[in-house]
Design a binder for this molecule. Structure first.
Ligand SMILES: [Zn+2]
Length: 279
């Protein structure tokens, strides 16, 4: 692969939700986390090495729990020129929290990350994209806590998350100061196709992903792409669970590394902070 050859000029936002493989599983509560094998560095090192190879900058939404346990991982991310933002503390979906619990969880994660990086945390991404119609109150709390943007709303609908009729590009939300940068989709209504990462990127052939992002860039502007370190960890354990969930957590993991590499070779990527605010 020729580095930078024919790379599209528009800068898109690249993001990584930093959690270990078992922390992103809805069926496992944080009080059970200690039972599972720690593998964060296996995927995270691959992500950081790959981004460095192609000069791609990204926003890393780090769990407060991870920052507390592995401050050196947060330092390494920041040293790589990336933006460090918050993914909450315990990876609980917002719809399972009261507003007060949510405020405590997010505030705790923001403080620990800021104490490590000495830089103000501007951004937040909800676990399981759980800012939905019934949890929009969360945006007001984020604004009160000093966040400048949220990137949690999926303008689509599935059994777990999504606000199907919401905007596809960045807009003012909360009390009016917070910017919402939604996950990128193309199409409308029943024909909405997420083109932006994680599970969707594992399922779709690379050609379709590339085409989708090009289409989004031409018609709407910068896209936001997301991924997880565990998606580059091909040997991560697979837990027995119903087929639907096995597909969500494990399907096509072996293809993710090469898709991400082709993506950051074909497109220019930077942090969400830079795409939204120029820095
Ligand atoms: Zn997550």
């Amino acid at each position: 692969m020729t580095q930078g050859f024919m790379r599209y000029k528009m800068k898109n936002a690249l993001s990584v939700d930093v959690e270990d493989w078992y922390q992103g599983i809805l069926q496992i509560g944080y009080n059970q986390w200690s039972q599972y094998e720690e593998r964060l560095s296996k995927g995270l090192n691959k992500v950081l090495d790959l981004f460095a190879k192609y000069n791609a900058r990204a926003t890393f939404f780090v769990l407060g729990y991870i920052a507390d346990k592995f401050p050196e991982a947060v330092e390494r991310i920041a040293r790589g020129g990336h933006e460090v933002a918050s993914h909450g503390y315990y990876h609980r979906p917002i719809f399972e929290q009261t507003p007060q619990e949510f405020e405590e969880d997010v505030s705790r994660s923001k403080k620990i990350i800021e104490s490590i990086t000495n830089t103000k945390v501007k951004g937040y991404r909800a676990p399981f994209f759980s800012v939905r119609k019934d949890t929009l109150w969360a945006l007001d709390i984020l604004e009160e806590l000093g966040f400048e943007y949220d990137s949690s709303i999926f303008p689509t609908k599935n059994f777990l998350y999504g606000i199907p009729d919401s905007a596809h590009t960045a807009y003012k939300a909360g009390k009016g100061k917070l910017v919402e940068f939604p996950l990128s989709v193309i199409g409308r209504g029943r024909f909405t196709i997420p083109v932006c990462g994680g599970f969707y990127m594992r399922v779709m052939p690379y050609k379709l992903i590339k085409h989708g992002i090009r289409h989004f860039n031409r018609s709407k502007g910068p896209a936001v792409i997301y991924m997880h370190p565990w998606e580059l960890d091909k040997e991560k354990p697979k837990l027995p669970m119903p087929l639907k969930w096995r597909i969500i957590y494990d399907y096509n993991i072996k293809t993710m590394g090469s898709k991400i590499e082709r993506l950051i070779n074909d497109f220019s990527f930077t942090t969400i902070g830079e795409v939204l605010f120029g820095g």
